[in-house]
Design a protein around this ligand. Sequence first.
Ligand code: FSX
Length: 291
Amino acid sequence: MEVEQKRIIWLQGAGCTGCSISVLNSVSPTIKNLLIDEVVPGQHLSLLFHPTIMAGSGEPVIEVMLDVRKEKGPYVLVVEGAVPTAGGGFFATVGEEDGRPVTLFSRFLTLAREASAIIALGDCSSFGGIPAGRPNPTGCKGVKDILTDEKLDVPVINVSGCAPHPDWFVGTVAYLLLYGLPAPDQLDELGRPKAFYGKLVHENCPRRPYFDEGKFARDLSEEGCLYEVGCKGPFTYADCPTRKWNNGVNWVVGAGSPCLGCTEPGFPDICGPFYRKISDLEKVKPRINPR
Ligand code: FSX
């Protein structure tokens, strides 16, 4: 059977590269399976450009990145990290043209225009995340906000989280390969796959019975719901309590720490201080049980 090559260009902006690290830690399939094998029968991912893991560097890889538009067939653009827009975007650059650095902002727009879909991987790329935290001197923005500003209508799937779970990325890619773009009712109002972000952390938290009976821990070592010590689970959508991390070993509340709200648009500004009860509930109320 002929194997179809599904081309991916992966841009990195303002972030910590934790999104890549998380995906590299995928267990089933492993990153080797993802890059070498057929992810779904008859389809192979062709990761043409990834700043951290590609072997090449310099002009040749920039050419590969740009040539993706000339060759026939669709490609998916993965964006990790926020896109700086202040000062013409010079806080992040990707390669050069005529000896001058080219901004990520400009590369992103060039590649986004012809992409069949964009996966905004991580909270920074989805909503701005930590790089866009107050006072945001670099003017960092998430992908969707930039496309809206530029009046570009390209399908975006937000795979939020700081960092995002590898399964959320792999599952999203597998869905794209198997079925194409998700129907609107498969995404939440923030453009995230409901399969992974459909439920509040609070709904499946093993400490939920404590919340219901009003038993709240006053410090992290106490028995009880962690809401009073900063848990953001009541307004955070993600399947961490059931999927867990590190191949299902544990998750944040299981390890005795509050959920930090890292999949949500307000992260980190409205989620901080992380270990204090959220003080301005008005900001998050609209996000509680909006469905
Ligand atoms: Fe952001 Fe990615 Fe947080 Fe880091 O680069 S979502 S800072 S885990 O890794 O963009």
